[in-house]
Design a protein around this ligand. Structure first.
Ligand code: NDP
Length: 449
């Protein structure tokens, strides 16, 4: 059977078997279509039904999470862990707490995570989990009660050599603390079953910074292919959470100008640019006071706030989506290009719709897909696992050097692979094929399991 027909058959099967899981369909379709050159060249994948096996999670766990709010009322949320693929290492991937969380979103994120983790060069399989619990507006006590109830089920499925969760949207330092505290209490073990831990109790230097810093390091490699640097470039950033904050921080260190941030309510535009001092204020607003980004204009009145808008119509040379999936529409992509943008590096997972990706690729701009550009977070999580296994910690400088080396390797591997398969400069094809071949070969070697 020709590769194209094989891909179409598998895609139809996935849509039939996973009805209404639209984000999962979207993520799988993008990957499978870009694997055609690899399937043409390596018939053993088709002969061994690798696509059917690769797109079916090894295990899906769904569970009830009951807890009591501050008014004494019983609340019930749904918990998930999708253990997608463990061919090259223990399952690894973040936990997301957001009201939009459903099985399709968990599966899309777990699926992307397999390829991302393979690209890091470390030994980690792919997983994702979370809940439709919304930490926004909840007291610390409510968040703790929820996390403890969530872990009361999750603990039996995870472990340092089995499955190692970390943070994602809505799961930051506070939530990781409550989750690990409960894990430790139930299992009576202090180990590396969760990453993103605080430095006080087993965390790695630079884990909070890793996704944002790593994304900028990746984009620096993209710019290098055109002999350019960040100095003086205008870079728009969306979101204002973990990834956005540290993306801005590294961009400022490299001499770029950053005029935007956003949250799910709207976007701020600061014509003077966000500087380190303003960024410290934003970190306090978002991480401690848990406020909204519109408060920025009260503190810095020269800035403007656009309710309900994303930052993509602000002119820039480089764009760093760092909020959520499908946050760049086809129309946004056209606007970005019209205004002179020629680099998009994805801090968030699948932020560009298929139409937007097509526009970026057709116009041959520098486009770094999330699974490659935002792999720095899980890469440093892998380094945290290595440190935990040895009961040691490495210095911030050492971890930063390792992160820079890993991001360069992920870029170069994706770039080289794209070239090898006749798609010069197409990092989507390069990242998907490079990640897939590593996992697919491991699956062949491990037998039919
Ligand atoms: P945070 O929860 O720290 O921040 C998320 C940010 O995105 C907030 O500003 C949030 O606004 C905004 N946001 C969330 N949902 C939406 C939405 N539906 N529409 C508009 N804005 C939204 O999460 P992270 O920074 O950790 O994650 C951001 C992205 O990066 C996600 O796609 C995540 O999967 C990805 N990622 C994260 C990694 C990590 O290490 N943390 C690693 C790799 C990828 P609001 O406060 O209003 O909700």
């Amino acid at each position: 059977m020709p590769s194209k027909a094989y891909i179409d058959n598998v895609m139809n099967l996935i849509i039939q078997r996973n009805p209404r899981e639209y984000e999962f369909h979207q993520a799988v379709k993008e990957v499978l279509e870009s694997l055609k050159p690899a399937l043409d060249r390596h018939p053993q994948y088709l002969e061994n039904c690798l696509l059917e096996r690769f797109t079916e999670p090894e295990r899906v766990i769904m569970f009830r999470v009951p807890w009591i709010d501050d008014h004494g009322k019983i609340q019930v949320n749904r918990g998930f862990r999708v253990e997608f693929n463990s061919a090259i290492g223990p399952y690894k991937g973040g936990l997301r707490f957001h009201p939009s969380v459903n099985l399709g979103i968990m599966k899309f994120l777990g699926f992307e995570q397999i390829l991302k983790n393979a690209l890091t060069t470390l030994y980690m399989g792919g997983a994702k989990g979370g809940s439709d619990f919304d930490p926004k507006g909840k007291s610390d006590r409510e968040v703790m009660h929820f996390c403890q109830s969530f872990m009361l089920e999750l603990y039996r499925h995870i472990g340092p050599a089995t499955d190692v969760p970390a943070g994602d949207i809505g799961v930051g330092a506070r939530e990781i603390g409550f989750l690990f505290g409960q894990y430790k209490r139930i299992t009576n073990e202090f180990n590396g079953a969760i990453t993103g831990k605080s430095l006080n109790w087993g965390g790695s230097f630079l884990r909070p910074e890793a996704t944002g810093y790593g994304c900028v390091y990746f984009a620096r490699e993209m710019l290098k292919t055109r002999n350019e640097i960040f100095e003086g470039k205008v870079c728009t950033v969306s979101g204002s959470g973990n990834v956005a904050q540290f993306t801005v921080e590294k961009l400022l260190q490299l001499g770029a100008r950053v005029p935007t941030l956003s949250d799910s309510n709207g976007t701020i535009y600061d014509p003077d640019g966000i500087n380190q001092e303003k960024l410290i204020w934003v970190k306090d607003l978002k991480n401690k006071r848990r406020g909204r980004i519109r408060e920025y204009i009260q503190k810095f009145p020269k800035a403007e706030y656009y309710e309900g808008k994303r930052p993509w119509d602000i002119p820039c040379q480089c764009a760093f989506p760092s909020a959520t999936e499908n946050e760049i529409s086809e129309e946004d992509a056209r606007t970005l290009l019209k205004n002179g943008c020629y680099l998009v590096a994805e801090g968030s997972n699948m932020p560009s719709t298929p139409g937007a990706v097509k526009i970026f690729l057709d116009n041959k701009i520098l486009y770094g897909p999330g699974k490659a550009a935002n792999a720095g977070g899980v890469a440093v999580s892998g380094l945290e696992m290595a440190q935990n296994a040895q009961f040691i910690h490495w210095s911030a400088g050492y971890v930063d050097t390792k992160l820079q080396d890993l991001m360069k390797e992920i870029h170069d591997n994706s770039y080289r692979t794209a070239q090898e398969y006749g798609y010069q400069g197409n990092l989507v094809v390069g990242a998907n094929i490079a990640g897939f071949i590593k996992v697919a070969n491991a699956m062949l070697e491990l037998g039919l399991v």
